[in-house]
Write a protein that binds this ligand. Structure first.
Ligand SMILES: C[S@@+](CC[C@H](N)C(=O)[O-])C[C@H]1O[C@@H](n2cnc3c(N)ncnc32)[C@H](O)[C@@H]1O
Length: 246
């Protein structure tokens, strides 16, 4: 709960809230003020949550809402929440990437998303400890869905808790893709920039010619990219003229 960095009065979403095990802890983290939205696809689970917690929370300044909906298609506006939390169901979501993307979408920029589920720490999967647990419950073999985080996720942290059997991912929501200046020139033998190295790839050429150009670049004190670009700029009119002459 501490990872959500909640303040009094915040709005927090719990996806796959089930019967509401986490609601009292969230209520405490909010200092008894704010809004909790408990979301689950299974109405029966949420009804159990209503029965267990609504009366307790009725005496506080906290608003408790329940939403029967799909965590991979949430019925909330962009940036509506200060934080979103999920524990214990995402491994079996049909679209885990979408489940994470939706939490990211409905949390305001700067807010926190925290996600945990079964998944042994990788160094345990081949140990007897790990094999016993996986035999007991195959979900412990689930891998951490780190590759499914949104491109803009910031300050990502990963830990394993509960005897290293559950992963917990936390990240901050950003409102734009990560910034990087792809035009900063590289100093050194290769030269170029992130842009030219990625978007400026040429076809394969005769390797002997390539090595000759590299050697000439070194002799002239140019980077390889400077030398090749200079050759291409000067050489293209000659190729054109040659073609027209034919
Ligand atoms: C193992 S329970 C965990 C409940 C609760 N988070 C807890 O820790 O006690 C997993 C929950 O995820 C819910 N769930 C599964 N798929 C879902 C989906 N697509 N959208 C929302 N909830 C989903 C299930 O209905 C179930 O209540």
């Amino acid at each position: 709960m501490a990872r959500l960095q909640l303040d009094k009065g915040n709005k927090v979403l719990v996806t796959g809230a089930g019967a509401g095990n986490d609601l009292p802890y969230l209520a405490r983290s909010l200092g008894g003020q704010g809004e909790i939205f408990a979301q689950d696809i299974a109405q029966q689970m949420l009804l159990a949550g209503v029965e267990r917690h609504q009366a307790d929370l009725a005496h506080s300044d906290l608003e408790l809402h329940f939403s029967v909906s799909d965590a991979t298609n949430l019925p909330f506006q962009d940036g509506y929440f200060d934080a979103a939390y999920h524990f214990g169901g995402i491994n079996l979501f049909p679209d885990i990437r979408k489940g994470i993307a939706e939490m990211n979408r409905v949390v305001r920029p700067g807010g926190k998303v925290v996600i945990g589920d079964e998944g042994l720490a990788p160094w345990l999967s081949d140990t007897e400890f790990g094999k016993m647990l996986i035999r007991n419950n195959p979900l412990y073999a689930c891998k951490v869905p780190l590759g499914l985080l949104p491109e803009s996720a910031k300050s990502v942290r990963l830990s394993w808790e509960l005897s290293n059997c559950f992963y917990v991912i936390e990240f901050s929501v950003a409102d734009q893709p990560l910034h990087i200046n792809i035009d900063v020139p590289h100093l050194g033998m290769r030269g170029g920039s992130i842009r030219t190295r990625y978007f400026g790839q040429l076809e394969g050429v005769d390797p002997t010619l390539r090595d000759h150009i590299y050697a000439e670049a070194e002799r002239l004190g140019l980077s390889r990219v400077e030398c090749i670009e200079s050759l291409l700029r000067r050489g293209l009119p000659a190729v054109d003229a040659e073609k027209n002459a034919k």
